[in-house]
Structure formats: structure tokens, C-alpha cells
Design a binder for this molecule. Structure first.
Ligand SMILES: Cc1ncc(COP(=O)(O)O)c(C=O)c1O
Length: 435
């Protein structure tokens, strides 16, 4: 392979200066493996950044894309539509928690979050309650990189360069505490932190808050924080009592990662709005979506003047025909291969294997749920200092993972075999053991 000139392409969330001296280039992918620039097979331990649970290079998706680009490569978006968008929305409604069956399409998780926040404002305004303009987010949350998502998010590194963000945003505390260390699944402590929402109500007035947004499991950037028992239930209770919309950001947890289609179903708590992206198309085409409770959608539509857009929001690429084709093919694979049920089964061995890393090196916590795990390393300086070196060592040893600060995140594809999951964990053991 000709080595590209690394100067032109400004890489996202990457140390661009360091990359050219130690580039990690992948040139192909099949199943649960990548092929790197040296022709090495490298295990995908993170489902292509949580996007490719059904494995890479699926011929069904390739065929659907090829057929679609010949039949309808683009459909005009505003005041026009194409049938596959409606088919896909209806298909998603069957997977979503009952009642959340009005779907708005976007192109990424970040856009899904912006759409959810704007949808919440539109809903309150439609009901004559425009005074509700505040949002409540959470510390350590990641809701993408656009200004709304940054503002409700809770990661200082992502925020500090970019000014104050949206006004009127407050944050609940993150739910992780040291007493939860080495606990897999929902911790039994920390549920009371849902009262932080009540504190926001007490401080700002419940009638001023439009929505509260949380990742049901704080996924990648938060380092995998599983909600304590009772926490999501109590959030929903407080939100309902004060007319505040509850938004679950399921960009990572959507499409089976917990063993259920959505984490909402895994934890038995139904929000008013769910954001999704990543695995929606099995990673083949960028696409996100937002599912609204029918009453939220209906209120906005009913309040429209009748001769213009009721919700002045949308993207040129919303419900792009290729994205719809990829999503329909991906959902078909998930269903026909029973992949969400497979997560529930594989999750048992995964938990055992990852939990077995305790003591293998400077590990201070192991936590997870379904096929999602965080292995937190002891910092060797400022938090996050050792992350990039560990990432490089894992790649050199044949594994693509993700680092969130000093936490190794693992999220194997749902089609991985038990052997491939063991292999993934063995690579982590060897790298961590050498620290
Ligand atoms: C919970 C959550 N929300 C939003 C996003 C942003 O998604 P995207 O990178 O597609 O904009 C992510 C990405 O990892 C995420 O994990």
C-alpha cells in the first residue's frame, strides 16, 4: 500500500501530530477482523466504534446498497420524501418501547441529540408552555459534539475550548462511586443520585425545565457507567411529576448492546424521547434517528399553522435512501439471526472473561452490562495520560479497542464467537500485564 500524505486530512478526536509517526491505518474489514496497512488481521473489540454489531462486510447490506443506488440515489428532502423512509420508521417503531413510534431521521448521534433537545422545546411551546427552556444533563455524559450536546454533556475536555454553550443548562452528578468498583451490572448503591433532578426542580422551578437527558449506560466517553438500581425509575418519576420530558441517549445502547433492542427495555423504564445512531445501519452508512412519544409528535404537528413546516428543523441528508436501505438490511439481519438474544447469551461468558482480568495488572475497576465493558486502569499521571499508549499497545498486539481516559472499553460484535471474545480479553490481559 502507498503510504498517504498525512498532512491534509485533519482527524477527529485524534492526536494529529502523533498519528503520522505511528499511524494506525485499516484498509479492509471482514467479520470481526480488520486488515491493517501491513496486511495483519486485527480483532475488532469495539464493533467499529459500536457501529458494526453484525460484523463487517455483510453481503446483504452491500446488495441492498447497490440496488438502492441504482434505483434511487437521492430523494429531495424538504416537502418531498421516498417510501423507504416511512418503511424504516415503521420498522423501528416495532423495535422501540411501546408509544415511541414517531421517528425523525438524522445522520449522526450528535444530530440526534440536537433534534431531541429541539423537539422537546417545540413540544412545550406547542402546548403554550414556552417558558420551559432549561435542560438538565449529567456530569461525565457524552452527547456528541454539537453545541446542544456539548452543553448538556459533562466532559470538561470537550467543552473548555468552545465557550459557554447553551444557557440554562444544569448537571446532575455522575452515578459512579468507588464503592461500586468491580461490580458487574447495576450497582446497588447510588440510586439516590436521581434526587439531583429534584434539586434542579427545587432550585429553578419544575415549570422552567424542558427536558432531562441521560445515557441509560454512560457509554464510551463516560467509561461505561451502569445505572444504579432504581436510578432510572426515580428519574422518570420526578420528570413525570413535573412535566419534564425524559430523553434517553441510546446512541451506543440502542440495537441490542444490552441484550434488548434498547436499554430502555433492558431497564424497564420508558422515556419520552430516544436518540439512536451507530448500529442503525450496522455502520455501513452514517445515519441517526430520534424516536418521539406519539403525544410529543402530535402536539407539535397539531400546533402548526397548517401551511408550513410544523418543526422547522431537518437535514439535507435526513432519511437518505442509501442510509434507509442499509438500515433496513441491518435490522433484517439483527432479527433473522436473533442477534439481540445472542448478546444476552454471549454476555455471560463475556462478563466472566472480563471480570477475570482483576489482578492482571494495574486495574482499579471492571464494570459492564451486556456486551459492553469498561476496564479502568490506575492513572500513571494526569487522568487519561496512559490511555493513548495502551491503545497503541493493544493495536500492536492485534486488537482495536477504545480508551476513555484510562478506561479500556470493550464492545465485541454480536457475531463474535466465544473463542474470539476470549482472544479479545487475552490480548487485554497481556497488554495490561506488561504495564
Ligand atoms: C451517547 C452518545 N451520544 C451521542 C454521540 C455522538 O454520536 P456521533 O459521533 O455519531 O455524532 C455518541 C458517540 O459516541 C454517544 O456515545
Amino acid at each position: 500500500m502507498n503510504t498517504p500524505n498525512f498532512s491534509y486530512h485533519w482527524l477527529p478526536f485524534t492526536s494529529n501530530r502523533a498519528f503520522s509517526t505511528n499511524p494506525r491505518l485499516v484498509v479492509g474489514a471482514q467479520g470481526v477482523h480488520y486488515v491493517d496497512a501491513d496486511g495483519r488481521r486485527v480483532l475488532d473489540g469495539i464493533s467499529g466504534l459500536f457501529c458494526v454489531p453484525a460484523g463487517h462486510g455483510r453481503p446483504e447490506i452491500a446488495a441492498a446498497l447497490s440496488e438502492q443506488v441504482r434505483r434511487l440515489d437521492f430523494a429531495p428532502t424538504f416537502e418531498f420524501a421516498h417510501p423507504d423512509g416511512f418503511t424504516l420508521a415503521e420498522r423501528l417503531a416495532r423495535l422501540l418501547p411501546a408509544g415511541l413510534d414517531r421517528v425523525f431521521f438524522v445522520n449522526s448521534g450528535s444530530e440526534a441529540v440536537e433534534t431531541a433537545l429541539k423537539g422537546a422545546l417545540a413540544y412545550h411551546r406547542a402546548r403554550g408552555d414556552a417558558g420551559r427552556a432549561r435542560f438538565v444533563g449529567r456530569e461525565r455524559a457524552y452527547h456528541g459534539v454539537n453545541f446542544g450536546g456539548l452543553s448538556v454533556g459533562g466532559l470538561a475536555k470537550n467543552r473548555e475550548m468552545f465557550g459557554p454553550g447553551l444557557p440554562g443548562v444544569s448537571h446532575m452528578r455522575a452515578t459512579w462511586s468507588a464503592e461500586q468498583a468491580f461490580h458487574w451490572g447495576q450497582p446497588s448503591t447510588g440510586g439516590e443520585l436521581a434526587e439531583d433532578l429534584q434539586r434542579a426542580v427545587n432550585l429553578y422551578g419544575g415549570t422552567s425545565i424542558a427536558a432531562v437527558i441521560v445515557e441509560p449506560i454512560a457509554g464510551s466517553s463516560g467509561g461505561v457507567i451502569v445505572p444504579p438500581e432504581g436510578y432510572l425509575e426515580r428519574l422518570a418519576e420526578i420528570a413525570t411529576a413535573h412535566g419534564i420530558l425524559l430523553i434517553f441517549d441510546e446512541v451506543i445502547t440502542g440495537f441490542g448492546r444490552t441484550g434488548h433492542a434498547f436499554a430502555s427495555q433492558a431497564f424497564g423504564v420508558t422515556p419520552d424521547i430516544i436518540t439512536m445512531a451507530k448500529a442503525l445501519t450496522n455502520g455501513a452508512v452514517p445515519m441517526g434517528a430520534v424516536a418521539f412519544r406519539r403525544g410529543v409528535h402530535d402536539a407539535v404537528i397539531a400546533a402548526g399553522a397548517g401551511d408550513g413546516a410544523e418543526f422547522p428543523h431537518g437535514y439535507t441528508w435526513s432519511a437518505h435512501p442509501l442510509a434507509c436501505a442499509a438500515a433496513l438490511a441491518a435490522l433484517e439481519i439483527y432479527e433473522s439471526e436473533g442477534l439481540f438474544d445472542r448478546v444476552a447469551k454471549l454476555g455471560v461468558g463475556f462478563q466472566e472473561a472480563v471480570s477475570g482480568l482483576k489482578g492482571a495488572g494495574p486495574i482499579v475497576d471492571i464494570r459492564g452490562f451486556g456486551l459492553l465493558a469498561g476496564v479502568e486502569l490506575e492513572p500513571d499521571g494526569p487522568i487519561g495520560h496512559r490511555g493513548p499508549e495502551v491503545l497503541k499497545a493493544l493495536f500492536a498486539s492485534g486488537l482495536v479497542a477504545r480508551m476513555s481516559g484510562d478506561t479500556i472499553i470493550l464492545a465485541p460484535p454480536f457475531v463474535a464467537s466465544e473463542g474470539e471474545i476470549s482472544e479479545t480479553v487475552d490480548i487485554v490481559r497481556a497488554v495490561v500485564g506488561a504495564l
